[in-house]
Design a protein. Structure first.
Length: 582
């Protein structure tokens, strides 16, 4: 499919809300705007498939685990592998429609399988596929989900993301193929639990280990070279530092994948990926390793000579977090809202978006919400926008007690100490291109603004990653489940610094509104809560939205079935549909 396909997706939220809304006998909600349908893929085929051929894929740095929720925080590539080797109860297609995956049917209001109680608590019942199996051939049953719940809610076991399990009060295996989930409050995806939502763990392999030595539970080779998953591909071999080899699981419950064998190579450099694509050594790669700058350099030739295709979507937000915890070299001024607002005005995000996105899609961002979201217009109208304004930034710094000693001198506090704000970023392609202009914006105001790209060797040190003293650049998928600026997601000593809220933002209002958004049961409530949450976040400058980066997936000619990211943190959510050239 030569050419560039641009698609934007808003997620499955409003489809699910409409079901809950109807079940509660409320007036009908307005229909959300739907994203345009993709040109390829999106549903699990019901036709018998005979896997054929092979694909070579490049996915950036090597992950620490193949589990969707255990031991892999901070690695963009871990989701790519996790979705290749694991399955969920359901998946959501690019039109926002949920479909069964390990489930045989999904809960529905009015059938007794999704009950909403007067106090807001709920019960959902999933019927599982009787033919679901683990890669070792052992039956996958409801007990595997109940065991997973015990693991994900165990405070002694570090978990990357404890939601939505923290909204659940109990998981029961009524029998091998009937799973009952009891909820303490409403949750928008309760009837379509997908990736990173109660992902099953093989009880027959890991239950005893979880009881005897929780401290080393995640150190087991089971999570890497000996992994037994439930997804469309079976791990054959893991060559540390090199590649992972896998074959299509012939007994995958929805039906085998279309490609017989895959090799996933760990290549973090975009130029190396490009060279491998051009030489035919790899068939598929994507953002963030194949960056917009690299994609732009090859785009014309790639399309003109029919060498392959580029698929571009927008699903994520690039942002800067503040550090609210007292760490070495910390800037206490961060606790002053005027200081945070000043830094927001000081950053030229419009120019940054132009440079980083290379006209391949995306734009400057002002909130954690998709431009195609049904409530985007209301949110956009209500929030505080920090357009580039150095004069306003200087005035706010003055209000916060900082002055320049001379016209071009350093910005100082009342004791004559220069104001310092250090920014961190993960290593990778275009890291300097992103962080250095932001540092220069602050330096132009007289702020001592070191830009630190930490070494790849520290990327697995979660305590180190949570110790940045000023600002930290990151990105995440824009869905309610990835609004992780809440206290429960803080990176702390107690959870071995696994939480995604690395800056330890602890704000009761953010916690309250974040929980309400996850449980919103009507479109008007979603609209109201979204406006309140983003308005509060922006007024208090609790983080700095930077821009929407384009998610680029590039493939050699003849590769079929690619859709790209939309509301998943991985391109490979539908890898079972990818086909090699004929």
């Amino acid at each position: 499919m030569p050419g560039i396909q641009v698609a934007f997706h808003r997620g499955a939220l409003f489809f699910v809300l409409a079901i809950v809304f109807a079940g509660c006998s409320q007036p009908a909600a307005e229909a959300p705007r739907q994203a345009p349908p993709p040109s390829a893929g999106g549903t699990i085929s019901t036709q018998p498939t005979v896997p054929r051929g092979s694909l070579k894929i490049a996915w950036g740095p090597e992950p620490t685990s193949l589990s969707p929720k255990l031991g892999a925080v901070g690695f963009t590539s871990f989701s790519e592998l996790a979705m290749t080797f694991n399955s969920a109860l359901a998946y959501v297609d690019p039109q926002g429609q949920p479909h069964p995956q390990l489930a045989k049917t999904l809960p529905e209001i009015g059938t007794g399988t999704w009950v909403v109680n007067a106090d807001g608590s709920m019960v959902t019942t999933y019927a599982l596929r009787e033919n679901a199996k683990w890669h070792d051939g052992h039956a996958l049953t409801a007990q595997d989900f109940a065991f997973a719940y015990a693991v994900y809610t165990d405070p002694e076991i570090p978990v990357v993301k404890r939601s939505p399990e923290n909204l659940i009060v109990g998981v029961e295996a009524k029998d091998d193929y009937t799973l009952v989930i009891r909820w303490k409050e409403p949750y928008y995806a309760a009837g379509s639990m997908r990736y990173q939502m109660l992902d099953p763990i093989p009880r027959h392999l890991m239950e005893e280990r979880s009881r005897h030595d929780k401290a080393s539970f995640l150190e087991e080779t089971f999570w890497t070279t000996g992994y037994i998953g439930s997804g469309p591909y079976v791990l054959d071999k893991w060559e540390p530092g090199g590649s992972v080899f896998a074959h299509a699981f012939p007994e995958w419950a929805p039906g085998p994948a279309k490609t017989a064998n895959i090799e996933i190579r760990f290549i973090a450099d975009g130029n190396t990926i490009l060279a491998n694509l051009l030489s035919g050594e790899i068939d598929v790669s994507g953002h963030p390793w194949f960056t917009p700058s690299v994609a732009a350099s090859v785009q014309d030739r790639w399309v003109r000579e029919s060498l392959g295709s580029l698929v571009t979507t927008v699903s994520r937000l690039e942002y800067m977090d503040f550090q609210f915890r007292d760490v070495p070299h910390w800037a206490p001024a961060i606790k002053d809202v005027r200081f945070r607002q000043a830094l927001s005005y000081a950053l030229d995000r419009e120019s940054l978006a132009d440079v980083m996105n290379m006209k391949l899609g995306g734009s400057v961002a002002h909130a954690f919400i998709q431009p195609t979201d049904a409530v985007f217009t209301d949110v956009d109208r209500a929030i505080t926008k920090y357009t580039y304004d150095p004069a306003k930034a200087t005035a706010l710094l003055g209000e916060a007690g900082f002055r320049r000693a001379s016209a071009n001198g350093p910005m100082q506090d009342s004791s004559g100490q220069q104001l310092q704000f250090e920014m961190w970023r993960s290593p990778g392609p275009d890291a300097e291109t992103e962080i250095l202009p932001l540092a220069a914006n602050l330096q132009a105001l007289g702020i001592d603004a070191p830009a630190f790209i930490y070494p790849a060797a520290r990327s697995r040190d979660n305590e180190f990653l949570a110790s940045y003293p000023g600002g930290n650049l990151g990105n995440r998928v824009i869905t309610p489940d990835f609004f992780l600026w809440t206290s429960s997601n803080a990176a702390t000593e107690g959870n071995r610094y696994q939480g995604s809220n690395r800056g330890s933002l602890m704000d009761p209002q953010v916690d309250r509104l974040g929980a309400r958004l996850l449980g919103a049961a009507r479109l008007d409530e979603v609209r109201q809560v979204s406006v309140e949450l983003h308005q509060y976040m922006s007024q208090n400058a609790l983080f700095v939205p930077l821009y929407y980066p384009p998610d680029i997936l590039i493939a050699r000619a003849g590769v079929k079935g690619l859709v790209g990211r939309f509301s998943y943190p991985a391109h490979s959510w539908n890898i079972y549909e990818w086909e090699p050239p004929s």
